[in-house]
Design a protein around this ligand. Structure first.
Ligand code: GLC
Length: 754
């Protein structure tokens, strides 16, 4: 047994994938040729029915006997949601020994942010701005999932998400295409390991292709209206990065974009994915999204849905039955060709060969990997780097266990082992969750007196009976820790919200706690940014932990008491009010951008003149700025930026921009700063965003320590899809910022010559 299965070394195998192909470093070019020979050899033996069987993915239904009968008859190529090693092995044994050609079945599951050991939701992991950490988190998830026979996950979800009303923002890496591309690549490398045929490697799935995060009004499954240029400049880049990183599969999205459902969209699935990106992986639909094209009004029946999906470039049909029920007749009626089917089956067989399923169809990872100490430690580290310090007046944090004698722990998320794990957790067990209350008691309970009052039973609770006890506990304490936010059910798929204020009586709870005059630390666990301006105002310190997963408690306890200095940065804009949405930093300037200071509602005099508040782009009641901008996060220490320099001389498109800045830890604590590099293309053949993130680096410094931080940015990465729908760098003037967040920083300019 390869000992690497047990050891999650820091120098984790980082896969390097050949360009545009899923051939991983573990497969030499010859390996690729060998696989193609095996694919052709096997394909040549298959009947039409067996080919169609490979294109059929099912979720367990009916009796076990029915399931094994389908496998034996070669009518199913993949199962999702089988999460038991014995059952997986039994299915494989049936396929390998009893079906005519012995083709193994591919087991799949949504392993989004951990399998048993649950990591922070992906939006939380994105706040770490740490691709190495994200890669290691995915590696842990893959190792644990492979122990139950899972060799394919439907992750990473790399939909650029700019509207927190959309519950699936929780699964995303946030609003920025570059951050999403970097982290999506890291997740793919983590899931797929150094070679797909390692038994602990699981095929990744870049989803949801494409534009799903732009669902109109943030209402899930809603239509999107993304013009090609916006698709290419914002929504496609993370998927192109995923294809380059060797993502073994892609998944089509539910949304219809400009009237075309992705599952039937030839432009994205053939023109872009296959022809432009030369992608040779496998494309699966989302759950029943093939036949949902009937509901969309894009297909007239299941046969039409099967034809349009296959014509568009889909290889495998997730549970709709469109392929298994119609493809054979469509061939007989000459409405599709067997050649098209062969192309899809090649992609499926290629994946199975790459995974080594023919040589090694059975589970070999031991059950002991689940919740292993190494995995739990990695999950704790992921939380430590994901938590964002949003406010910390009067150095309320970190708490000093020698000075604080009594701590009031209150709120519905203080001891909520289920909700702490967040959305998309089918296999993590709440019994393993370590909550903040449990951790505080375990680690600090001998030093400080902890009074616990939940006040509310759950985030939506409107019962007032518990509030008084919480206030009373606060009055007895030196500091109040309030854990509020969202139950896990309130974010994730199909869980959109039109109001992002704290649910239930949580806001009243914070207000009453604030009125006691005791130092109030508010810790938010949620699947999205919430509109917490009032609660931030009422709190002395605020930590945003998203849904931190299994090890949220120990990590938060160590952050609260200063063993860990928070370093997270907002991966998405936090609006003041839901009415400001969609809101994101990389917006266009418009012809009338808001001024630094605008006259807002309460400042407008009676009978104000029509144009007296100016004619600029802002909300009278909410202004033009967010509550917290993208890339924002504080530290227990402070950092200064100085001496910004562009060290590269005259620049042309083929050059590399070299930028340096002096970063200094000017505070009392060791800390990590996420230094961010933004660039603005000042004039373009089409309007360009006011700035775009192009690089970032986590830099750890001791108190008083300085470091010269360097960035290399190939000018070619300033390319965008222009007025002629060509991806080019347009020479001209550019502005850059090196900053602590997307709103401020040191700035300078540079020119790119013809
Ligand atoms: C769901 C989701 C998709 C998931 C799939 C399988 O509806 O949209 O993200 O991977 O079905 O569970």
């Amino acid at each position: 047994m390869k000992n690497k299965i047990y050891l999650l070394s820091a120098s984790l195998m980082v896969a390097t994938f050949s360009f545009f192909s899923c051939v991983s470093s573990g497969e030499k070019e010859t390996g690729k040729d060998e696989i193609e020979k095996k694919v052709e050899n096997l394909l040549g033996k298959m009947t039409l029915q067996e080919k169609i069987g490979q294109m059929n993915q099912l979720s367990p239904y009916g009796s076990e006997e029915e399931m094994y009968a389908l496998v034996k008859e070669g009518k199913v190529g993949s199962f999702l949601n089988i999460v038991n090693a014995e059952v997986a092995n039994k299915i494989q044994k049936t396929a390998v020994e009893q079906s005519r050609l012995g083709i193994p079945v591919l087991m799949a599951r949504d392993v989004i942010h951990g399998y048993k050991t649950i990591f922070p939701i992906c939006l939380g992991q994105a706040a770490s701005f740490n691709p190495d950490l994200v890669r290691e988190s995915a590696r842990v998830a893959a190792i644990e999932a492979s122990a139950d026979g899972i060799r394919w996950t439907f992750a990473p979800m790399i939909d650029v998400s700019r509207d927190p009303r959309w519950g699936r923002i929780a699964e995303s890496c946030g609003e920025d295409p570059y951050l999403t591309a970097v982290l999506g690549k890291a997740m793919i490398e983590g899931f797929q390991g150094d070679s797909l045929n390692d038994p602990t490697s699981i095929a990744a799935c870049a989803k949801h292709f494409v534009g799903y995060g732009a669902a109109e009004s943030g209402r899930d499954y809603n239509s999107t209206f993304l013009p090609e240029r916006l698709l290419r400049n914002v929504y496609l880049p993370p998927f192109e990065a995923a294809a380059k990183a060797g993502a073994a599969t892609f998944m089509t999205s539910f949304n219809d974009n400009d009237g075309v459902p992705s599952t039937g969209n030839k432009f994205i699935l053939k023109n872009v994915l296959r022809e432009e990106w030369k992608y040779d992986g496998m494309v699966v639909t989302d759950w029943a999204s093939a036949t949902e094209m009937i509901t969309h009004g894009f297909c007239k029946d299941a046969a039409d849905a099967a034809k349009k999906s296959l014509d568009a470039g889909v290889d495998m049909d997730m549970v709709s039955g469109a392929f298994s029920g119609n493809l054979e007749n469509l061939v007989k009626e000459n409405k599709i060709s067997e050649k098209q089917i062969d192309e899809a089956v090649r992609n499926i067989l290629r994946l199975k060969f790459r995974l080594g399923l023919f040589e090694n169809p059975y589970v070999s990872t031991p059950q002991s990997v689940k919740y292993s100490p190494e995995h739990l430690a990695k999950a704790k580290q992921a939380v430590e780097q994901s938590v964002i310090l949003l406010k910390n007046t009067n150095q309320t944090l970190p708490l000093n266990a020698d000075e604080v004698h009594t701590v009031a722990v209150v709120g519905p998320l203080a001891d909520a082992p289920h909700d702490q794990m967040g959305t998309w957790v089918f296999d993590g067990e709440k019994a393993h969750t370590q909550t903040p209350l449990a951790a505080l008691r375990a680690v600090y309970g001998d030093k400080v007196r902890i009074i616990y009052e939940p006040a509310l039973a759950y985030s939506r609770d409107k019962q007032t009976t518990g509030l008084a006890k919480a206030v009373n506990a606060a009055k007895q304490a030196d500091v109040v820790l309030a854990f509020v936010g969202e139950e896990s059910i309130l974010s994730g798929e199909a869980h959109s919200l039109a109001d992002l204020n704290l649910q239930g009586l949580q806001s009243e709870l914070i207000e009453k706690l604030s009125q006691t005059g005791k130092p109030l630390v508010t810790v938010v666990m949620a699947g999205r940014p919430l509109t917490i301006a009032k609660e931030v105002e009422e709190s002395d310190a605020v930590l945003y932990a998203f849904h931190p997963g299994t090890m949220g408690g120990p990590a938060l306890a160590d952050i609260l008491f200063g063993k860990v200095n928070p370093s997270g940065k907002t991966p998405v804009t936090f609006p003041k009010m839901v009415g400001q949405l969609p809101m994101y930093y990389a917006h266009n300037n418009t012809g009338r951008p808001a001024l630094e200071k605008e006259m807002l509602l309460d400042e407008i005099p009676m009978e104000a003149g029509q144009t007296s508040v100016g004619c600029r782009s802002f909300f009278l009641d909410a202004g033009s700025t967010p509550l917290f901008p993208f890339g924002y996060g504080l530290s227990y220490t402070t950092f200064s930026y100085g001496n910004l320099k562009i060290v590269s001389g005259k620049l042309t498109v083929s050059d590399t921009l070299k930028v340096s800045v002096e970063l200094k830890n000017t505070g009392r604590y060791e800390g990590t700063e996420v230094v961010q590099l933004y660039v603005q293309d000042k004039v373009g053949s089409v309007t360009r965003p006011v700035k775009e993130l192009k690089r970032f680096q986590r830099v750890n410094l001791q108190p008083g320590e300085s470091k010269q931080v360097m960035f290399d940015l190939p000018v070619s990465e300033l390319a965008f899809w222009n007025i002629d729908m060509k991806k080019v760098v347009e020479p001209g003037d550019f502005k850059l910022w090196v900053a602590s967040d997307s709103q401020g920083g040191l700035t300078t300019e540079f020119n790119v010559a013809e």
